[in-house]
Design a protein around this ligand. Structure first.
Ligand code: NAD
Length: 470
């Protein structure tokens, strides 16, 4: 890569103090080196954001909307550049990368239409009571590497619209798209309102504990989410956690295999299985089990695996060496605990490629079923009774999403309403959208993001009560 990407601190591009190699997961080799921030540079970004937050919080909502829309325009105008960088740092196929650019800009556009107007709670002879929202100050967004651009923009958009200054800390293995958005946005926003701090996995704790940061919006693993919760405790700052999942899908006995299999395979292998709301375990009724397994295997075998920049690639590499090593452990579990009917191997070579894999005759007790695999390896589990499958789907510390597949949507809704998860889908799985609140249940999250409910979490709610007699 030829361009020199920078951190964004106090309205300017700044070379980071610490060299950080960025690896292309399709080759396993570094393709560029950027400067990651030192703690002193992160401190400067927080100070600049704090200095900018007051004035930014007082701008009109119309001004903020106009500037947020200009960032969306700039992202879209740079689609090719951003999508190419996204493929190189993350590995996903070109079409998925272009889709992610569009979804990221779409988040900015959606939040430019949303507001939290003053709400009159009570207005009678005794009191007029109004509910208001004010900005929090400095918000830090910490993101995972599976959708590096999209995740950052899902935090940037509501943070800015709510009147906060925002610091984006991308995952260390996917820093580049955040750096590009920082470059575009700092030319549009007032000085200090946006910061982009790349790290070497060493500044998340510092930012989470910082007394001048008012909120952390975190997306990542449940294990790191616990650390973030501990780090914010001394300052009791606002916190949203979007964490891991082990989403179950349930195919009811009245489903049509030909209708449901394309959707099931689509979400199981999207982004090489590295999707928080991905389909991670599939329960299929006894009467359809063999047919659905067979069709899923055929669908998996059709998917071309390769470099995301190659035309025709449907499944790219896993994003990093650690995830690739974990995937190989899950492949070993697949062979030990079930019957592999498609794929089943890591592809030898320098990149982090795994064949799309379908595993049948497997059940709870295998790590491939009980844990979050985050890889294109789908276990298919047999069941015969609804009460039993609901209990098995719920027997997980996670509760991000779940789906029910049936020819009878009303029956599917009844079963779905018994699943302990924050997002429940009928005859599809994993869809999230800017206007739809997204909340993880159990150990999959804390608080809400997206939609109007998500915007409220980037504000401080306050109430004004005026006695009528006064
Ligand atoms: P991770 O938890 O390792 O890293 C996420 C981010 O946290 C990175 O930016 C990392 O640098 C930072 N971090 C590391 N240590 C930290 C600390 N002590 N304090 C603060 N920040 C710290 O997660 P990952 O492996 O990059 O991402 C994969 C996980 O993310 C999966 O479990 C996946 O399900 C989850 N995820 C969840 C959602 C969701 O919306 N629920 C979306 C995408 C990914």
């Amino acid at each position: 890569m030829s361009e020199d990407l920078m951190l964004t601190i106090d309205g300017a591009g700044v070379a980071g103090d610490n060299p950080l190699d960025v690896i292309n997961p399709a080759t396993g080799k570094p393709f560029t080196t950027v400067g990651a921030a030192s703690e002193a540079q992160a401190e400067r970004a927080v100070a600049a954001a704090k200095a900018a937050a007051q004035a930014w919080g007082k701008t009109s909502i119309e001004t903020r909307r106009a500037l947020v829309l200009r960032i969306a325009d700039a992202i879209e105008a740079n689609t090719d550049r951003i999508a190419r960088t996204l493929v190189m740092e993350q590995g996903k196929p070109w079409g998925e990368a272009v889709g992610e650019v569009g979804d990221a800009a779409g988040f900015l556009r959606y939040y430019a239409t949303v507001d939290l107007p003053v709400q009159v709670i009570q207005d009678d002879d005794a009191f007029r009571i109004e509910q208001h929202h004010r900005p929090l100050g400095v918000v830090v967004g910490i993101a995972a590497w599976n959708f590096p651009l999209y995740l950052g923009c899902t935090k940037l958009a509501p943070a800015l619209i709510a009147g906060n200054a925002f610091i984006w800390k991308p995952a260390p293995s996917t820093p580049l798209t955040a750096m590009i958005v920082g470059e575009l946005a700092r030319a549009i926003l007032p000085q200090g309102v946006i910061g982009v701090i790349v790290d070497r996995n060493d500044l998340g704790g510092f930012l989470s504990g910082h007394p001048d940061v008012a909120k952390i919006s975190f997306t990542g693993s449940t294990a790191t989410g616990r650390k973030v919760m501990a780090a914010v405790a001394p300052t009791l700052k606002h916190l949203t956690l979007e964490l891991g999942g082990n989403d179950a899908g349930i195919v009811l006995d009245d489903a049509d295999p030909d209708t449901v299999v394309p959707g099931l395979a689509g979400i199981a292998f999207f982004n090489a299985g590295q999707v928080c709301t991905g389909l991670k375990r599939l329960y299929v009724h006894d009467s359809l089990y063999d047919t659905v397994c067979e069709k899923l295997a055929a669908a998996a075998q059709e998917l071309a695996v390769g470099d995301g920049l190659d035309q025709g690639t449907k499944v790219g590499p896993l994003q990093n060496a650690m995830q690739y090593a974990k995937a190989r452990e899950y492949l070993a579990a697949a062979h030990a605990d079930g019957t592999v009917i498609a794929g089943g191997t890591a592809i030898e070579g320098d990149g982090y490629f795994v064949q799309p894999t379908i595993v049948r005759d497997i059940a709870e007790g295998s790590p491939l079923v009980d844990e979050e695999q985050f890889a294109p390896i789908l276990p298919v589990i047999r069941y015969s009774e609804i009460d039993d499958v609901v209990a098995r789907a719920n027997a997980s510390p996670y509760g991000l999403g779940g789906s029910v597949w049936s020819s009878n949507p009303a029956r599917a809704v009844e079963v779905a309403s018994r699943l302990e998860a924050g997002s429940l889908w009928i005859n599809h799985h994993g869809r999230v959208a800017a206007n739809v609140p997204f909340a993880g249940a159990k150990q999959s999250g804390h608080g809400v993001e997206f939609g109007v409910a998500g915007l409220a979490e980037f504000t401080q709610l306050y109430v004004i009560s005026v006695p009528k007699a006064s």
